[in-house]
Design a protein around this ligand. Structure first.
Ligand code: ADP
Ligand code: MG
Length: 310
């Protein structure tokens, strides 16, 4: 078997770990710089933690039609695509529900164990409360609606960063991972990209862990085990069931999905946590290979996800 010498660089971005891998190590610096530019631009457009982002401006001015940048238009389109594909299990209007659950600042600054809070128990406004004109690149949200693109913007950043890095390198293949949301571009190394399946993207690489080999597209993991905190003794986490406005309470604690892009993989991973049991049929119908870990730690491999090699 031929092995390709890879160039790898690790960093932090968007409040999580970032990794760029290229099959042409001599061009690693160019790839990383191109990826950094994309991620910086996504943050400036779609961060809910920055008062100066386009997203914050939209959320501050409900009822007004606002012109957005081409990149923000892509982020909004990706968020709404998620809602359409999942029947609203992924919904960009979870903003106030996420905030009310206690995720109201950069995750690192959230106290692990705080005093009791009242979690919203009303369904979120719903994605139809966003009027988005893709051709005109304008958006208008109804009063009381707060957009959160947390689920799709990070995955979109991976997709666009991988494409930009490939262009900067000129040939070969690129992998970009942002907190385990992984996008591939160009030609995979001999044998494919080997991705370790962990519930925590910060977990170290370990030869004994399950790995999956993919050639193109993307893979994403959503988990309620990493971004979680507690208020008044009640454990909360960051994935909201739009139907209740409260953290999802289904059987899966972690969902990893492979799809044609990182955005689509992430949409499906978040949706699986929200849908619960119903995700099994939905993933099969959409031919999306998935690895679900239930609350007892039992692994369920679905829709063509390969059995682990021992
Ligand atoms: P991870 O950060 O583990 O990759 P996700 O990709 O599922 O997880 O993204 C979760 C983030 O998306 C949350 O932090 C929140 O900002 C937002 N979010 C939470 N619930 C939903 C939902 N039902 N639909 C869309 N976005 C959501
Ligand atoms: Mg994700």
């Amino acid at each position: 078997m031929t092995t390709t010498l890879l160039g790898i660089v690790d960093d932090r971005a968007l409040g999580t770990d970032m990794r760029v891998i290229v099959t042409r190590p001599d061009r690693l610096a160019e790839a990383k710089a191109a990826a950094d530019d994309v991620i910086k631009a996504i943050d400036a457009a779609a961060s809910r933690f920055r008062d100066d982002s386009e997203l914050s401006r939209i959320n501050r001015e409900p009822g007004r039609r606002i012109a957005v940048s081409p990149l923000m238009a892509r982020a909004l389109a990706a968020g709404l695509r998620g809602a359409r594909l999942t029947g609203g299990a992924v919904d960009p209007t979870v903003g106030s529900a996420v905030r009310l659950a206690g995720y109201d600042r950069d995750f690192a600054a959230i106290p692990a164990d705080g005093s009791p809070i009242t979690v919203s128990v009303t369904r979120v406004p719903g994605w139809r409360a966003i009027e988005f004109d893709e051709a005109d690149r304008t958006v208008c949200v109804m009063q009381g609606v707060e957009i959160d693109l947390g689920a799709t913007a990070k995955a979109l950043a991976s997709d666009l960063a991988a494409a930009a890095a490939l262009e900067a390198v000129g040939s070969g293949g690129v992998l970009v991972s942002l907190g385990g949301d992984i996008a591939l571009a160009g030609d995979a190394p001999a044998g494919g990209w080997a991705v370790q399946t962990s519930e925590d993207s910060g977990a170290p690489l370990d030869e004994s862990e399950e790995t999956i080999t993919i050639q193109s597209g993307g893979i994403a993991t959503s988990s309620i085990t990493v971004r979680r905190w507690s208020r008044g003794g009640v454990v909360l986490h960051h994935i909201i069931d739009p139907a209740t406005g409260a953290p999802a309470s289904g059987p899966w604690r972690t969902a990893s999905v492979v799809a044609g892009s990182c955005v689509d993989a992430n949409i499906a991973a978040t949706a699986a946590i929200v849908m619960g049991e119903a995700a099994i049929a939905w993933l099969a119908a959409n031919k999306l290979p998935a690895r679900l870990v239930d609350r007892d730690g039992i692994v369920h491999r679905l829709a063509g996800w390969p059995a682990p090699r021992h």
